[in-house]
Design a protein around this ligand. Structure first.
Ligand SMILES: *[C@@H]1O[C@H](CO)[C@@H](O)[C@H](O)[C@H]1NC(C)=O
Length: 372
């Protein structure tokens, strides 16, 4: 953050937007967050901080992040875009900053679109094995949900001109649908986790749970072993969070949302197993949970691809913030004292409208619809 602010100080851009995890406001009594804000103020920037939940913009993922806007005194300070979707809540904001959460007031009754679940995002993706290594495969079924129809649109249909003439993959091709390969021991373990909501390492043979919700190995039986001779139930799973965690080797379920897509894909201390396959979520499945259109291709070794996806600002959040920046840049929100703006009703539907328009006027691909 010191370096980030040094760069701001050197470049003096008209606008600044910084993102970080919400925990930055808890770290060392919130001093890191306060430092960022005070550096901007000392540089004569107008500034404002907001906590945004990615799921509120149409994803089956919670993901609360801190966004800091800055604007030179001659500019209009951008506002925060209010949610368009309901979301399943996973933990709140650091209490001293609950006022900074970008949300409707409790007494307001906005009409939000329904929360999304894992099924909405990935049910149409073909089955792949733990040792799949192909970077390109093919879709096997049609999109099953509105989200899937949207996320499968081509670069052109999404009105994305950010990569010049790059058209993206050819029709029917599916990119990066491959998982981090579990080693033989972990693969054996994962095969034994039931295909059931809430299943995790506690379902492995020999694990007991005490009245204090602490997992332990049944002392009356010999601990089961893997082919390699290693224990079926690893010590790190039993000891994680003093034995109280439900995360090691946890399976996601179709009707759940994901708290946060992380940068790593190991199943040892996070819930990342596919609901009914013996593997972790693929790079593509994680990318979908972050709202990346399917035409995005990730690069580098597989672990780096997961990092590219997990480190990103979720795409619909970035898009909503971009809209807010454009509104401020065009001085459309000047003199409006609200800290937040409502996104236009069609905001998350623009590309969908285009698909429908294309379907109803066959061939007329370049017809623009609505306020595009
Ligand atoms: C898995 O464990 C949970 C509780 O820990 C239990 O409710 C469930 O029935 C178990 N599933 C199977 C298939 O044994």
């Amino acid at each position: 953050i010191v370096t980030f602010m040094d760069i701001v100080s050197f470049l003096k851009p008209k606008y600044v937007l910084m993102e970080n995890v919400a925990d930055i406001l808890k770290l060392n009594g919130g001093s890191v967050g306060r430092y960022a804000l005070s550096r901007l103020v000392a540089l004569n920037y107008q500034s404002r901080m907001g906590l945004m939940v990615a799921g509120c913009y149409g994803l089956p993922q919670f993901r609360m992040r801190m966004f800091l806007w800055g604007a030179l005194p001659t500019m209009v300070l951008p506002k925060y875009p209010l949610p368009t979707h309901d979301v399943v809540v996973h933990g709140g904001a650091p209490s001293a900053f609950s006022q900074s959460v970008v949300a409707y007031d409790e007494n307001q009754k906005p009409t939000l679109k329904e929360a999304l679940y894992l099924r909405d995002a990935i049910s149409d993706l073909p089955k792949v094995s733990n040792d799949e290594t192909a970077d390109e495969t093919m879709y096997s079924v049609k999109a099953e949900t509105e989200f899937q129809r949207y996320i499968r649109l081509s670069r052109k249909e999404m009105l994305d001109y950010s990569f010049g003439d790059n058209k993206g993959p050819s029709e029917g091709m599916l990119l990066d649908h491959r998982p981090l390969k579990l080693n033989k021991d972990d693969y054996e373990r994962v095969k034994q986790i039931p295909h059931q909501k809430g299943a995790n390492f506690r379902n492995l043979t020999g694990v007991k749970v005490g009245q204090d919700n602490v997992a332990y190995m049944d002392p009356t039986v010999k601990p089961p072993c893997l082919e390699s001779g290693k224990p079926l139930v690893p010590y790190y799973a039993l000891s994680f969070m003093h034995g109280k965690s439900l995360k090691p080797f946890g399976r996601l379920w179709w009707d759940e949302t994901v708290p946060t897509v992380f940068t790593r894909a190991e199943p040892h201390n996070q819930i990342i197993l596919h609901p009914d396959q013996a593997r972790v979520l693929t790079v593509r499945e994680n990318a979908r949970l972050q709202g990346f259109p399917d035409y995005y291709r990730m690069y580098g070794p597989i672990k780096e691809r997961y990092m590219q996806v997990g480190n990103a600002v979720a795409v619909p959040v970035a898009r909503a913030l971009g809209y807010a920046l454009a509104q401020a840049f065009q001085r459309k929100t000047e003199g409006n004292n609200n800290l937040m703006i409502v996104l236009p009703g069609s905001f998350s539907d623009v590309a969908m409208m285009r698909v429908r328009a294309r379907a109803s006027s066959s061939g007329a691909e370049d017809v623009l619809v609505g306020d595009e």
